[in-house]
Design a protein around this ligand. Sequence first.
Ligand code: COI
Length: 355
Amino acid sequence: MMLTESISIERVKKSRLSTIDFSNLGFGNHISDHMLVADYKNKSWQEPKIVPFGDMPMSPAMLSLHYGQTIFEGMKAFKNTKGEIIIFRPQRHHQRMNKSLARMCMPELSEELFLQSLSALTEVDSDWIPTQEGSSLYLRPFVFAYEAKLGVKIADEYKFIIITSPVGPYFAKPVKLKVEEEYVRAAEGGTGFAKCAGNYGGAFYPTMLAQKQGFDQVLWTDAKEHKYIDESGAMNIMFVLNGKLVTPQLTTSLLDGVTRDSILTLSSSLGIEKEERKVSIAEIEEGFKKGTLTEAFGVGTAAVVSTVASISIHGKNYELPPVNEKSFQLRAKKKLHDIRLGIEPDVHGWNYIVK
Ligand code: COI
């Protein structure tokens, strides 16, 4: 197996770094200078290479275009207060990536290949890691079927690529959610837990309809009864209900979010009891009516901790109370931030330091 030292690097002739306005990044608008590419053929992953970010040849018969074998991950790299590059919980992202790959009949990646690829690429493009408050280098590893063939089959050739993007906050302001009771993101037994591209493409249409009605995102409900809350597509959802941190339990139709897991893990040190269970729309509506629902927020790698401003349930819009510095969500967000930057000790071993 290859080692970081042996990953070949072809550097850009001219960096694009000076063209980037780091004070106004947005999300996903800029791609860093380099990318990492590894091919899968003859039943094994080949040596990865770092090359300038750019187009690549593809056949119109490439299988992923036709039958959707394509999955991805999303992670973040930061510079801590010592100036070291840290990647947040890459081992956990690796485990989830392999679950997505297995569900889609795609070849898994070793942890060694995954971590070394991330390390080498973040090191090469370390100047692209923003240091402004709320910013980070978003890492996007993905795998897709590359074989050219029209027959409906599991591909024999794949590409593993990592591209990276300096990003600011995902949402510019608190989000307005609509509980979705007609369309479905994922059904139990489907691919909802996998980070496959089709989950996102399938969400566009209902989300577009919700956005035309003035909402930002939909809050997906279970496919059988539209009674229980699943997640919000680009993020998991959490509530503070009756003074407890409440979030839908994981099923095969929800993404096992790394930020979700981190905040649940931190909850006891933040002095709140947690409940992972089925969460019905009815109890959220009742919480609004009784005033026992005090917070709602989305959690995800891109979204970090995103305040929910309002939730529309059966066509009625309910507003959340304003957030203040005592709010659980802001304390959780700060704790995560401080752990990542080395301001607080990393007792869970979440920060992977790139040597
Ligand atoms: C992430 O949080 O990393 C995601 O993948 C959500 C979205 C940007 C697709």
